[in-house]
Design a protein around this ligand. Structure first.
Ligand code: PMP
Length: 363
């Protein structure tokens, strides 16, 4: 390829491993020796059956998913899960507990309220979501149908470093922006969902992991496409699934396995985040948004001395092929998204530019 790739700090869709993109490029024209491209085969073909089964097996292996959990590949993004979770899990007369930590949990809460009772068990809204609540701040309703939280707040740059208390209710997690970025004890969860477009692949496919017993809650009166039990029974093939997205997700999980699995992903992510946070903490012109104990390893957010300076920083960084650093409007400032596939060299390039820029403009 003649075009040099940029350091893409996009929050999502986000950078993917080059090896994955190269393999996908070749297979767009011909899947192996078949002479037919990956987008041109039936979702019921033996080739695609092998792809979806292998992808699920790899996800199970990476996370060590216990056998009583089922894996689904759905559509509609994480936003569709904001509705599917309460439609399937929140029975008549029951309450669901939600922990409110930012823009995405707000949307999840709004959708759940259309289905049933919602109790906001904790919020970190005060202080513009600069942290996640401490365990002791979580006030559960007592008999919740489930407890919902967002493990990584993509916009504010905060992340839970341990699961919140759930009082024995199934823990439901929107893991869109830190899925497969670190090891987890899946048995602590009732349901996990994540849009693929950050750590897993392209947009258009949503990974859902559910504990089998929760499938009993899905009522037959639900529209089939919104019914977890039907989706599991149909092995995510009730209708035509996003075949290319699942294929790419499979390549990404293969890449993760080849690169040391979650232990290595976690090590790399910690190292990249440490390099960037250390540089921000040491720089008088920069103020990280998140409190130290809530900092995200995936999305690093910070302010600079003035909006004028932030704007100039983004412009100059872009000219140096470091793109998508502008923060979300609800936080302002800068945001560097450094998911699994983001290279350490890109973080180092950003840090050295940040030091040069602030030395030049502050003096
Ligand atoms: N939850 C989180 C934590 C997110 O970061 C996003 C997307 N940025 C969403 C939900 C919404 O995802 P989607 O666009 O796939 O519906």
């Amino acid at each position: 390829m003649s075009v040099e790739r940029v350091y893409n700090f996009s929050a999502g869709p986000a950078v993917l491993p080059v090896a994955v993109l190269e393999e996908a490029r070749d297979n767009l024209l011909s899947l192996g020796e078949s002479g037919v491209g990956i987008c041109e085969i039936s979702h019921r073909s033996k080739e695609f059956t092998a792809i979806i089964e292998q992808t699920e097996a790899d996800i199970r292996e990476l996370y060590g998913i216990p056998k009583e959990y089922r894996v689904m590949f759905l559509q509609g993004g994480a936003s569709m899960q904001f509705s599917m979770v309460p439609m399937n899990l929140l029975g008549a007369g029951q309450t669901a507990d939600y922990i409110h930590t930012g823009v995405w949990s707000k949307k999840a809460i709004a959708e759940a309220k259309k289905v049933g009772e919602v109790h906001v068990a904790a919020t970190s809204e005060e202080g513009n979501f600069c942290r996640v609540p401490r365990g002791e701040e979580v006030r559960l309703s007592g008999s919740a149908a489930y407890v919902h939280f967002t493990s990584n707040n993509t916009i504010f740059g905060t992340q839970w470093h341990a699961e919140p208390p759930c009082g024995g209710a199934p823990l439901v997690c929107d893991m869109s922006s830190d899925i497969l970025s670190r090891s987890l004890d899946i048995s602590k969860y009732g349901l996990i969902y994540a849009g693929a477009q950050k750590n897993l692949g392209p947009s258009g496919v949503t990974l859902v992991i559910i504990r089998e017993d929760l499938l009993e809650r899905s009522s037959d009166s639900l529209p089939t496409m919104l019914n977890y039990r039907k989706m599991v029974e149909g092995k995510s093939l009730y209708n035509t699934p996003p075949t290319f997205g699942i294929y790419l997700l499979g390549l990404v999980t293969k890449w993760m396995k080849k690169n040391g699995g979650l232990a290595e992903m976690s090590k790399r992510n910690e190292e990249k985040a440490r390099i960037l946070y250390d540089a921000l903490d040491a720089n008088a012109a920069c103020t990280p948004h998140a409190d130290k104990d809530s900092r995200s390893l995936m999305n690093v957010t910070w302010r600079m001395s003035s909006e004028e300076m932030e704007k100039r920083f983004v412009e100059e960084a872009t000219a140096r092929r470091m793109t998508n650093l502008k923060g979300h409007r609800s936080v302002g400032g800068l945001r560097a998204s450094i998911y699994n596939a983001f290279p350490k060299a890109g973080v180092e390039a950003l840090v050295s530019f940040l030091e040069e820029f602030t030395a030049r403009t502050q003096s």
